[in-house]
Design a protein around this ligand. Structure first.
Ligand SMILES: [Ca+2]
Length: 426
């Protein structure tokens, strides 16, 4: 598995009640070996989206793009919590909720303390390990007055990709309140998506992988009727168990399944909405060669991001391909230097470092490298240069954004860290 680095790191992870289960979230990796990796220059199809440029301090001798002046520090926040996502309830408390792949959600406080009792424990409903497990969490925009929150997990038994609603009262989740919204059958343990997020439009967005194995053998990415290999969008405030928004592609004359918002995804493990512009930023994990960043202006769903016709900016398993109707990524990076899987992040809109405003931050799962690009440039021109911000020993599994817009990273070694931006060449 391409995620073997994470596995190896995890073997030495922290002691605790979950050590024995060996959660191994390798987002979207597959068994496809990494062939000789194209160099950053001269590779077909890379114009405008080079392999991440590297600052001299990170990779001596590498070709460089001048750093934009933004750098980051990783500052310890919480340890002994192996999380694959970090959510805020936007409830004014400063609390954060760490999603554990084994099927638990734990509440963290701004001072770094961790509640002893999980906020939610659905361990017995979840199959976990590899890329399976409890993978996503989103609180209803009306929380806590509206106590609903949503999870996405791999269900015990047949391993269906499951999107479910729970309810909390006065900050206490009721484990018996589950209402399943969607149960999407799956055929392989990998590529299970798992991201949930409410858009600025109030609709719930869910990411699904292409189902798995390698190369999308069932053609889900390019099948607009399949719910796998997609970004889905549903209205949880109407209908039972949900309604289809009037502006979903199916209601715009497109012959797509009602829930489908975007197609052509391989494994959109993590995506986010720019809290200032409402634009959608997707990190779509690649097959054997290219990781990609997709950027979607607010409300412009109905796009086809290309998989498995294309991987990144190149035709997949072909010299040429019909690119009609496809939206190409704004940036890609290759699998050189052991890189394996993109961890999509956030456009920084916090107040702590105004100079970093508008910087999209993301990472690679296997190398612990953190990258950035300029969000406005990417959207205005269709491409943006990737800069390497930092090389770490982390095995990033996800980013998180608190109610103030400050960013965090979860690490398969069992730490949750703050990301602190600096400006001025630091
Ligand atoms: Ca799967």
């Amino acid at each position: 598995m391409a995620g073997s680095v994470a596995v190896a790191l995890l073997a030495g992870a922290c002691a605790g009640p979950i050590t024995s289960v060996t959660p191994i979230p390798t987002p979207g990796s597959t068994s496809t070996p990494t062939p000789a990796t194209p160099s950053a220059t001269g590779s077909p199809g890379t114009a405008g989206s080079p392999t991440p440029s590297t600052s001299a301090s990170n990779t001596p001798g590498a070709s460089t793009t001048p750093p934009p002046g933004v750098s980051i520090q990783i500052v310890p926040f919480v340890d002994k919590v192996i999380a694959v996502f970090l959510a805020t309830a936007n409830d004014g408390t400063g609390d954060l909720y760490a999603v554990e792949q084994i099927g638990k959600i734990v509440r963290l406080h701004a001072d770094g303390s961790v509640d002893a009792t999980p906020f939610l424990d659905i361990n017995d409903q979840v199959v976990y390990g590899g890329e399976q497990g409890l993978l996503g969490l989103a609180f209803h925009p009306g929380y806590p007055a509206d106590g609903r929150f949503y999870v996405m997990y791999t269900a015990a038994g047949a391993g269906a990709n499951t999107i479910a609603q729970f309810t909390a009262t006065n900050g206490v989740a009721d484990p018996s309140s589950e209402k399943i919204l969607l149960s999407i059958p799956d055929f392989a343990p990998n590529h299970n998506g798992g991201m949930l997020a409410f858009g600025p439009d109030g609709y719930l967005y869910a990411g699904t992988g292409d189902g798995g194995d390698a190369g999308d053998p069932h053609g889900n990415g390019q099948n607009p009727q399949a719910l796998l290999g997609k970004i889905l969008r549903i209205d949880v405030d109407h209908g039972d168990p949900y309604a289809i928004p009037a502006t979903n592609p199916v209601n715009r004359g497109m012959d797509w399944a009602p829930e489908v918002w975007d197609m052509g995804m391989r494994n959109p493990w993590r995506y986010s909405f720019d809290r200032q512009t409402s634009d959608l930023w997707i990190g779509d994990v690649g097959q054997g060669l290219w990781e990609e960043v997709d950027a979607e202006p607010a409300g412009l769903g109905g796009r086809n991001y290309g998989w498995n016709t294309m991987e990144g900016l190149t035709c997949y398993n072909a010299d040429t391909c019909d690119q009609t109707g496809l939206t190409l990524p704004v940036a890609t990076y290759g699998h050189g230097q052991g890189r394996c899987a993109i961890i999509g992040g956030y456009v920084y809109r916090g107040s702590a470092t105004p100079a970093a405003d508008g910087t999209y931050v993301f990472a690679d799962d296997c190398t612990g490298q953190f990258f950035s690009l300029d969000a406005a440039t990417a959207l205005a021109t269709g491409s943006a240069t990737i800069t390497t911000l930092l090389k770490t020993e982390l095995a990033p599994s996800s980013f998180g954004q608190d109610q103030n817009g400050e960013l965090y990273v979860t690490d398969l070694n069992g730490t949750i860290d703050r990301i602190v931006f600096q400006f001025g060449g630091g």
